[in-house]
Design a binder for this molecule. Structure first.
Ligand SMILES: [Zn+2]
Length: 133
């Protein structure tokens, strides 16, 4: 599925914030520094794509949204490792990988993952899920 950078950021943000409290569109707007109508437009589009559902003002990831999250995060962490291994600063790598982790194919991620020796964690010590498909 084609998603935009903003949609990618909302998916990740939504997953992270949801573990702490029920997330409203206003929370997403605040956390990403945009006006509420802007966030509303994005969430509408994401709902049409089947990535999120809005129930009584609370935004949640659908199964498709969650799967997309897992793919993004796996790509993100594998790419981070790859760049850090080649001399990049972990935080710098984190920032830049957020610009490509949602675009790169799973087969490419898998090749990088294998070449790195099937690592279990990213440079920040966060887990890399093996079976994401
Ligand atoms: Zn990162």
């Amino acid at each position: 599925m084609d998603i935009s950078k903003r949609e990618r950021d909302y998916i990740v943000l939504l997953k992270e914030l949801s573990s702490e409290f029920p997330v409203r569109i206003s929370d997403l707007a605040r956390a990403s520094g945009v006006k509420e109508p802007t966030a509303y437009e994005s969430i509408k589009r994401m709902e049409e794509k089947g990535l999120v559902k809005v129930r009584k003002g609370i935004v949640v990831l659908t199964d498709t949204g969650l799967l997309t999250y897992l793919k993004i995060i796996k790509a993100h962490r594998v790419l981070e490792l790859l760049f850090v291994k080649h001399g990049a600063d972990p935080d710098e790598a984190c920032k830049e990988c957020a610009n490509i982790d949602y675009l790169i194919s799973e087969s490419m991620v898998q090749k990088a993952y294998n070449s790195l020796g099937s690592p279990s964690v990213c440079p920040h010590g966060r887990p890399i899920e093996v079976n994401v498909q």
